[in-house]
Design a protein around this ligand. Structure first.
Ligand SMILES: Nc1nc2c(c(=O)[nH]1)N(C=O)[C@@H](CNc1ccc(C(=O)N[C@@H](CCC(=O)O)C(=O)O)cc1)CN2
Ligand SMILES: Nc1nc2c(ncn2[C@@H]2O[C@H](COP(=O)(O)OP(=O)(O)OP(=O)(O)O)[C@@H](O)[C@H]2O)c(=O)[nH]1
Ligand SMILES: [Mg+2]
Length: 487
């Protein structure tokens, strides 16, 4: 069942610590730090903090004022010297009264401050509760609220930019643009429905078609950013695969500049997948070293090989490492051809390693081009010495650049716009586009205005689910469960 949960009155209870009591939570990370911030929010928040503050006049403080004093526990013992920032609703981040208590950092102080406030009648804030209230009070729409979680979790420059764009309402604005086109279309179509018996066509079908095409185009643009959104949030998973002893583990260590994976001259050294991260072009790359691919009677190594294949199947890109003194054999070419057939969009770079063991190429030999490198089995690939690169990380810059280019090639320029929708948005936008296209087909077939109207309503509902104009408790729980306590 759909319902608009905004504006619904908060559950009422005046009991201290009860459902209507102010909520309190640590807003900063745990652990040793110079300062920690405890947030208290909801009706009565200012009175509650004032009851434990050395200056009781805090209770009548105006919004956006700062007060220095001592927080005392119920027995009057000093807990900490603190700074209180008072926010009066509706001019606060949540729209309600909020007091921020900045105390000294460290777990013992922050916990003592929290205990004092709970003792005074506050109740612990559930995860995401502050942002949920900001949404319910109309301070943020749902896409903006999600951006708050994305901002906090962003681990790369691109992820940060995408979250800032969404917080500023760029996803919501694009959705609103589609929404307006559809509302206009729907109004014209519904008008026609009312007069259906008189067989009057009010709506200019060409104009309706243009509105639907516009909606389809904007939805397409938004959907094209979903892949960037996934990579910005989860990182780019690059698997290092290849024969045993090709130098995969050495290459992993060289790429991330850390001694992460065990290297040895014995083929079959790596068994479990080993992960290490590095930032490249503003994206977080997660490199995954795997067991060498070969038939083996050793049960443990065979399991490693199975995991290696599974890792390749789940990869965003593959660095296929080859010992250049041996080259690619027929079985490997067949494997890479099969992979290219199964996952045509997977960037695959063939890396010819141990170049130091090969005689230097003639001076006039052309350097490998990214186009060659990207071609799977047939490509000339990249020639590197992972071992030498351990001491000279810049030696791999060409390979890094080619990898980044190959990954970016699959993003259709989405990075430039900064907007990057998340998986939840993608599902609703995709459903909305499906409905828009059904509406377009109904229009083209000069089909009944009644199915057209249904399709338009379905599309509008999906758009509403992105921004939270339409929502359910289930959607809100799914969104806000991703938040940390205190957000
Ligand atoms: N100390 C502190 N820093 C913080 C936050 C906070 O709550 N406290 N934020 C937590 O999210 C973020 C800033 N977000 C905020 C969003 C709105 C309002 C606010 O007071 N809005 C009012 C007034 C708007 C205006 O004058 O422009 C309003 O919407 O009515 C405050 C902070 C990040 N930094
Ligand atoms: N000369 C030379 N030796 C290398 C190079 N890269 C790796 N090696 C050596 O090749 C051997 C195997 O290297 P690893 O990195 O363990 O190879 P691997 O592909 O991870 O092997 P498995 O884990 O068994 O699949 C080690 O003795 C490395 O020192 C290189 O660029 N040049
Ligand atoms: Mg290895």
């Amino acid at each position: 069942m759909l319902d608009d949960v905004r504006g619904r009155p908060a559950p009422d209870s005046d009991a201290p610590g009860g459902a209507g009591a102010p909520i309190a939570a640590l807003a900063t990370a745990r652990g040793t730090a110079a300062l920690a911030v405890v947030r208290v929010g909801g009706a009565g928040a200012v009175d509650l903090v004032a009851s434990r503050f050395s200056h009781p006049a805090l209770a009548t403080a105006a919004g956006r004022t700062v007060h220095v004093g001592w927080l005392r526990d119920g027995a009057g013992r000093p807990v900490d010297q603190v700074v209180c920032v008072v926010w009066r609703g509706p001019h606060s981040s949540t729209g309600e009264d909020v007091v921020e208590v900045t105390c000294h950092g460290g777990d013992a102080v922050a916990q003592a401050v929290l205990r004092t406030l709970y003792d005074a009648g506050a109740r612990p804030a559930p995860a995401g509760e502050f942002t949920r209230r900001a949404f319910l009070n109309g301070k943020l729409d749902l896409a903006q609220a999600e951006a708050v979680a994305d901002l906090v979790h962003a681990e790369s420059r691109v992820g940060h930019r995408a979250a800032v764009a969404a917080l500023r309402g760029r996803v919501s604005d694009a959705v609103a643009e589609v929404r307006e086109a559809l509302v206009e279309t729907a109004a014209l179509v519904e008008l026609e429905l009312d007069f259906a018996e008189e067989d009057v066509e009010f709506a200019d079908r060409a104009a309706l078609g243009a509105l639907l095409d516009r909606a389809d185009a904007v939805l397409g643009e938004l959907l094209s950013t979903a892949r960037l959104g996934a990579l910005a949030r989860d990182g780019v998973r690059v698997v290092l695969g290849g024969r045993p002893n090709a130098g995969k583990s050495t290459l992993l260590n060289a790429l991330v500049g850390q001694d992460r994976a065990i290297v040895s001259p014995t083929p079959g050294t790596t068994r479990d997948a080993v992960e290490a991260e590095a930032e490249l072009g503003g994206l977080r790359f997660r490199f995954v070293d795997t067991a060498g691919l070969r038939e083996t009677a050793d049960a443990v190594e065979a399991e490693g090989t199975r995991r290696a294949r599974a890792a390749i199947d789940g990869a965003d890109a593959l660095l296929y490492v080859v010992d250049a003194t041996i080259g690619l054999d027929a079985e490997e070419r067949a494997f890479l051809d099969g992979l290219a057939a199964r996952r045509p969009a997977l960037p695959v770079l063939v890396v010819h390693n141990k170049a130091d063991l090969r005689p230097a190429p003639p001076a006039d030999a052309a350097p490998p081009s990214p186009a060659d490198a990207a071609g799977a089995a047939g490509g000339a690939g990249w020639s590197v010495s992972a071992r030498e690169a351990l001491a000279a990380p810049a030696a791999l810059d060409g390979l890094r650049g080619a990898l980044l280019d190959a990954v970016r090639a699959g993003l259709a320029g989405a990075e430039a716009g900064e907007v990057a929708v998340n998986e939840r948005h993608r599902a609703h936008l995709d459903a909305a586009r499906g409905a828009v296209r059904r509406a377009r087909a109904a229009l083209d077939g000069r089909g009944g205005a009644d199915t057209l109207a249904l399709d338009l309503r379905a599309a509008l509902r999906e758009l509403g689910l992105v921004t939270g104009a339409v929502t359910t408790e289930h959607v809100l729980d799914a969104v806000f469960s991703r938040f940390c306590i205190g957000k």
